[in-house]
Design a protein. Structure first.
Length: 315
């Protein structure tokens, strides 16, 4: 497990272009099937979005992200959230010394990004606010397409509107510094997300690794047009265990700082398991559940246990 040769293996790769994004086209239907297969087998895939998400915006936001983390700790600590684990996090001691993150709760809305920007830069920083907003909207569009296609592949498209209305998002900006000689190189310990879906974008520094069902670790290859689509446990439960939520971790190997930006979706309210996910081969495995209550159940920590969602709402 975790041997370097496995890091040469690839995650599923799915290309998105104007044709695959035209609902009802044959490319839309085949892309939906590929998404279902990837989510069931790996719980993730690399979405290649050449021309769909602006390269210029990607570079600009990663540059601005450096300015953000260069702000004084007292300023960054002002970013708090009503949701556990959504605010500012750093200094986790020798267990996890390299990571520092800032979350923007409701980070797909202009208002939340503006409030966050003014908290960080009391004199304002329009460039950050507008870049972060237009970037998050592009990520959101991709996330929603993935959700729509995934539901459709199970014949469960009628739940899209309900899920879209129930969803709220966290935008998370992360910095991993390089380890000192006496420090561990683990940027983020293995965990399963408690989200519905996530999209992770990174600067050019490698380090994000995902575990397959066989226990092998596969590295995500950074590129400005590659986005990692990652299923969380809320999607596992809603899909009656069909969608897999993979363990993932970040290892900081080289001498460069790693930055990542993620958009994560969570659901408000109680979610019932749609009958489309239940059949003879897949008997009902989960009770109706509340994603936010699950977040609280896990204490805001990225739980290492792969069975927490089963303990929480499994049958
Ligand atoms: O920084 C990354 O690449 C992964 C971040 C992550 O897994 C998380 O925030 O849950
Ligand atoms: Fe994660």
């Amino acid at each position: 497990m975790g041997s370097d040769e496995n890091l040469g293996k690839e995650l599923p790769i799915i290309h998105f272009n104007n044709e695959s994004l035209t609902p009802g086209s044959s490319s839309w239907v085949s892309t939906s099937q590929m998404i279902r297969l990837a989510l069931e087998s790996y719980g993730c895939f690399v979405a290649v979005c050449e021309r769909l998400i602006s390269l210029e915006m990607h570079h600009k936001l990663f540059d601005l992200s450096k300015d953000l983390f260069n702000l004084p700790v007292e300023t960054k600590e002002k970013s708090t959230s009503e949701y556990l684990g959504f605010g500012y996090g750093a200094n986790f001691g020798p267990f996890m010394p390299l990571i520092e993150y800032l979350g923007i709760t409701y980070g797909s809305t202009h208002e939340a990004i503006k409030v966050f920007t003014n908290l960080m830069w009391p004199d304002g920083n329009d460039q950050f606010c507008e870049t972060a907003y237009s970037y998050t909207r592009q990520l959101l569009e991709l996330m929603n397409v993935v959700m729509r296609m995934a539901l459709e592949s199970y014949g469960a498209e009628k739940y899209y509107d309900l899920l879209d209305e129930s969803a709220f998002h966290m935008m998370r900006l992360i910095k991993y510094r390089t380890p000192n000689e006496d420090e561990i190189n683990v940027g983020l310990h293995p965990h399963v997300d408690k989200t519905f879906l996530g999209i992770v974008d990174t600067n050019h520094v490698k380090g994000l690794e995902l575990q397959t069902k066989d226990g092998d670790w596969i590295g995500f290859q950074p590129s400005p047009s590659n986005f990692l689509i990652l299923a969380g446990e809320a999607f596992t439960a809603l899909s009656n265990g069909r969608v897999y939520a993979p363990l993932h971790r970040v290892i900081i190997g080289g001498a460069e700082e790693k930055y990542s930006i993620g958009l994560f979706s969570f659901m408000h309210g109680t979610l019932e398991i749609p009958e489309e996910f239940v059949d003879e081969e897949h008997p009902l495995q989960f009770k109706p559940f509340n994603n936010v209550a699950y977040l609280n159940y896990c204490g805001g920590e990225n739980v290492i246990s792969e069975h927490a969602i089963k303990e929480f709402c499994g049958i």
